[in-house]
Unconditional design. Structure first.
Length: 156
């Protein structure tokens, strides 16, 4: 019974956090500020190359491909504009924040499913959200560099 309750809980927080991510004002998320700004040790996302992010990032399920009418595409548009790139950067911040929140909320499995299996479920759920956080932190510095180039091009 603990497994079923835990799975229902995880489905609920997953769906709720998706809705929350769509409703939160994007202006609250700034890729140039803590905690979204790259840390020095991340070397503008280069540290994630050691994890092979380039090889596996496109294999992680993308909600924008599953629900294209509810989420903006994660693919760069052909006509790059600074507003479009700014929105993409904000979306990476929202995604990182939501997946971080899900990692924390996954602890509810420990409370729902008492004993070692609750801890296993929590650990697996948290670990399952980490790739999404890594992808956002890997992509955001690249998007910031592209945004800078587009802004320079847009200035007459």
């Amino acid at each position: 019974m603990g497994l079923v309750k835990c799975l229902l809980y995880l489905a609920f927080i997953g769906a709720s956090s998706f809705i929350l991510g769509r409703l939160l004002p994007k202006r609250l998320f700034d890729g140039d500020r803590f905690p979204f700004r790259p840390f020095r040790w991340e070397r503008d996302g280069a540290v994630y190359n050691k994890l092979g992010v380039r090889k596996w990032k496109d294999k992680v399920p993308d909600m924008s491909a599953i629900l294209p009418k509810l989420m903006p595409s994660k693919k760069l548009p052909g006509d790059l504009t600074s507003p479009a790139l700014e929105l993409m950067i904000q979306e990476t911040c929202v995604a990182e924040w939501i997946h971080g929140l899900l990692c924390l909320l996954g602890f509810g499995c420990v409370l729902i499913w008492r004993g070692p299996w609750g801890w296993v479920a929590f650990a697996l759920y948290a670990l399952g959200n980490l790739p999404d956080i890594i992808i956002q932190r890997y992509n955001r510095p690249k998007l910031r560099r592209i945004l800078q180039k587009v802004r320079e091009r847009e200035v007459p």
